[in-house]
Write a new protein. Sequence first.
Length: 128
Amino acid sequence: MEVNVYFFCIFAKISIMVILNEKISREQLKALAANTFVDMIKCVADVKLELLAVDAELHADLESMLLENGSEQENLWGFNLYPDETGDDFIEFDSLINIRAWQGNRSRDVEDENVRKQIRDIVYKFIE
């Protein structure tokens, strides 16, 4: 499968949107986070294909990249990672792309605990 990588300049910092295809360390995640939000990095997971896209100014940019690479909208969920945090504070299930009444998710939060578990599993598949 061909993967496109996009580069955006945000206030003189470079955001490198990427779909991970191998594990990265927390230190590598921190380095990516430093490109945009310093202590946080935006991510989108495809819960069907078990893909993880990281590092953009907007979750919607990562969502678009995944859609261009074969993902389907109903399988994409946005969230934030905090590389310096552990446990429940590491993942924040908050994104505008998660608001979809047609799937029963009426808030920015990921309301379905099964979907949250799938996201956690994908995150820990790619983040050491």
